[in-house]
Design a protein around this ligand. Structure first.
Ligand code: 5RP
Length: 223
């Protein structure tokens, strides 16, 4: 099976968690795009979606799924999103698609986080994937230095030769060389650094369920 087929498999499997009448929290990325395509089959039955990025909003609307502002909705039963890495406790690294801040906000609003991913994302320790951190641009030099002191190497993410600008008008640092053995402590520590908007470790907003795409079928992990 190709990676694309594994993603389609888990995107479809996530529909099992969607009930008629629900407002659905929707993440961002190529795996979530498969979920959005699958969700279109239920568009007449659900209330709509709260989206974690402009890109997902565009896709949802194009398929006729109404999108609501997060502030219009008190809480969501379910949030479906991908991950760059997930460990055996449901902690994740996210933000490869630069949508981590809005993803964390919608996840925090949701009672259940359903992570959909192909099996290559399952790791024993987070940190092999370059950790995304959304930052306020004026703090970038100091934050790069702080990550160096921690043993990592941070670089500003570029797009077409210039710093990538997120949906929130900010920049992304990608940090390599870290081994995140205590995700909760790491998230607390880095979140407190002035200029950090969101760190891509999702330990407080961890997954409750992970639907893992494998050639043998979808494997369900619960945390
Ligand atoms: C976007 C994310 C994505 O969920 C993560 O990057 C996984 O993406 P993909 O499904 O394309 O592998 O966190 O900010």
């Amino acid at each position: 099976m190709t990676q694309d087929e594994l993603k389609a498999q888990v995107g479809q499997a996530a529909l099992h968690y969607i009930q008629p009448g629900m407002m659905v929290g929707v993440g961002t990325g190529s795996t979530v795009n498969k979920f959005i395509e699958a969700l279109a089959a239920m568009k007449g039955q659900i209330q709509g979606a709260v989206s974690s990025s402009l890109a997902s909003t565009e896709r949802l609307l194009a398929l006729g799924i109404p999108v609501f502002d997060a502030n219009e909705v008190e809480s969501l039963a379910v949030y479906v999103d991908g991950a760059d890495e997930i460990d055996h406790a449901g902690h994740m690294v996210k933000g490869g698609g630069a949508a981590l801040t809005r993803e964390k906000i919608v996840a925090a609003q949701s009672r259940q986080f359903i992570c959909i991913a192909d099996e290559s994302k399952l790791v024993s320790t987070l940190g092999a994937f370059a950790l995304p951190v959304e930052i306020i641009p004026m703090a970038s030099t100091r934050l790069i230095r702080q990550f160096t002191q921690m043993g990592g190497q941070a670089r500003i993410r570029l797009k077409d030769g210039s710093p990538l600008v997120t949906d929130n008008g900010q920049h992304i640092l990608d940090v390599t060389g870290l081994s995140i053995s205590d995700p909760l402590a790491f998230e607390v520590q880095v979140s407190q650094w002035p200029g950090v908007l969101t760190v891509g470790v999702f330990a407080f907003q961890k997954a409750h369920v992970c639907l893992l795409g494998t050639p043998q079928g979808v494997k369900t992990l619960t945390f």
